[in-house]
Design a protein around this ligand. Structure first.
Ligand code: PHE
Length: 516
């Protein structure tokens, strides 16, 4: 993970946080913990697998109708498995939650809110963006969920640091410009002679001139890339004043916010389902069959038996051949079971991370009309961390901004406030960037504090250290399997939940085919 400190402040996701996933796997390999590679490949169960071998598909009880649970039920169901999904919440989806007008959002130890958005307006309270290499896009294709571009990087959005806002393009031009200038000068004084031949040096200088938009003496003196007060049209434009000196540019700290989309998981283009992220949930649930998903079903006991698994919930008991437990580990750890103390200890190892978002509905898309911002993210050093502009329904009447998207201590701070105080604070912060209009024309708002969502209690988790807990839970404990983004290198991504479910499905199916 690259150090986009501003986005990642306190958002060091998962075990790989310190040394990266590669470092973690290397360490695990050295400890003999890394799972064999072929175990990870997805081999989808087919109905023919059973008709050919004369074996019956098994009965599987799946705990949790989030993205992992639904994916497991969907893939197993294709091959004729008899799946029952137990979901403690009122509806399927888990953290894949899209709020629309009329939706109610309850909160642990807090007032419940009602989303009052207008017709056709929605707010993705959980996941909001999908990288093109991620498996959710395959499910969108397979299930017929239309997708559209999610603008993750917008030169026209702002970078707000130290009380000042500049457009992302300006921040980028200045940082690239000065970095190029410095490197060009170091090249020219022979400081890099040992690393480069004369030809190398010329080629590098040619690149640096382009990279930084440097002048003839390799000086950075600003560039049209920075943007304009008045953009060129029939006449030349009016450039922005500046740039500041290198010292000022560095001191402003805007450079922290211009590398976010360098990441393999954040690079443009990214995607979102048309009409709301929960289209994925709706299609998966439809394919699984609503009769197989039992909502309001809170699991109270998991018992591994010699010939199956018994799951007790608030409405009864189910016996199945296998169980796939996809609840968050800290929630699962509190459910009585007979899987042993090591499993409990492992489930308690990952630490829940707080995460929060607020949806602000405006009756006028002033960010498009006045700021000319169509989608994208403004990065800030404020406690709101990010502002997201909608990547859909451009030029519509209404629109929803994500007024904060924060994690850890910032999310805890907002989470502890009442919904009204969260909104007030978000507006106060947003005004620092957008001025008075930010507080005007607000029609409604709704905010989520994931650590206060019943049966979820966290945005995602962080594994504090590399140890055997992670790999222990990647293997079945008797007839109970574990799945979720928290057991992958893609924590806080739906892709993690889906990949994990597919791994479990593969293993479980092989086992069923091998058992007599
Ligand atoms: N997937 C989440 C997001 O898109 C959280 C996350 C952010 C995960 C950055 C990894 C890196 O915001």
């Amino acid at each position: 993970m690259e150090g986009a400190a501003l986005t990642r402040r306190g958002l060091l996701v998962g075990i790989g946080a310190a040394g990266g996933a590669g470092a973690m796997y290397a360490a695990m390999g050295a400890l003999g913990l890394a799972p064999a590679r072929q175990d990870m490949r997805f081999a989808p169960p087919q109905p023919g697998d059973f008709s050919l071998r004369g074996r019956a598909a098994a009965k599987v009880v799946i705990l949790g109708a989030g993205v992992a649970g639904l994916t497991a039920a969907y893939e197993l169901g294709k091959a004729g498995y008899d799946c029952t999904v137990l979901e403690a919440r009122g509806k399927a989806g888990g953290r894949n939650l899209t709020l629309r007008g009329g939706d109610r959002l309850d909160e642990l130890n807090g007032p419940s809110q009602e989303a009052r958005f207008g017709e056709g307006v929605y707010f993705n309270a959980g996941p909001g963006r999908i990288a093109p290499w991620m498996v959710p896009l395959d499910y969108c294709r397979e299930l017929g969920v239309p997708i559209e571009t999610f603008v993750n990087n917008n030169a026209q959005a702002y970078v707000h640091t130290n009380g000042q806002s500049v457009r992302a393009r300006t921040a980028r031009a200045d940082m690239y410009g000065y970095v190029a200038e410095l490197l060009a000068k170091a090249t020219n004084v022979g400081a890099l002679d040992q690393k480069m031949t004369k030809d190398d040096r010329e080629r590098l200088l040619e690149f640096l001139r382009r990279f930084g938009d440097l002048g003839p003496e390799f000086d950075y003196q600003g560039s049209p890339r920075r943007g304009f007060l008045k953009y060129p049209a029939t006449e030349a434009g009016t450039p922005l004043p500046g740039p500041g000196r290198l010292h000022d540019v560095l001191a402003a700290g805007t450079g922290r916010a211009i590398t976010n989309d360098f990441g393999h998981d954040q690079a443009t283009p990214m995607f979102q389902p048309v009409g709301g992220m929960d289209a994925i949930v709706a299609k998966l649930a439809e394919a699984v069959g609503s009769d197989r998903i039992r909502t309001g079903a809170r699991v109270t006991k998991i018992t591994n038996l010699a010939d199956g698994v018994e799951v007790t919930w608030n409405g009864g008991q189910i016996k199945a051949d296998y169980c796939v437990a996809t609840l968050p580990p800290h929630v699962l750890a509190r459910i009585p079971h007979n899987l042993g103390a090591q499993v409990t200890a492992a489930l308690k190892t990952p630490v829940p991370v707080a995460a929060g978002k607020i949806g602000l509905e405006y009756g006028r898309r002033w960010w498009e009309l006045e700021d000319r911002i169509y989608g994208g993210v403004t990065e800030t050093d404020l406690d709101i961390t990010h502002i997201w502009y909608p990547s859909h329904d451009y030029h519509a009447e209404h629109g929803v901004l994500v007024g904060y998207y924060n994690t850890d201590e910032h999310a805890e701070l907002y989470g502890a406030l009442t919904p009204e105080d969260r909104r007030r604070r978000a507006l106060t912060q947003g005004r620092k960037i957008h001025g008075d209009k930010y507080g005007k024309g607000l029609l409604s708002s709704v905010s989520i504090a994931w650590e206060r969502q019943e049966h979820i209690q966290g945005g995602w988790v962080r594994w504090p250290s590399v140890d055997s807990a992670f790999t222990l839970l990647q293997r079945p404990s008797g007839r109970v399997y574990f799945a979720g983004d928290w057991l992958t290198q893609l924590i806080a991504w739906q892709a993690g939940a889906m990949e994990s479910a597919r791994g479990v499905v593969t293993h479980l199916h092989q086992r069923v085919l091998q058992s007599s």
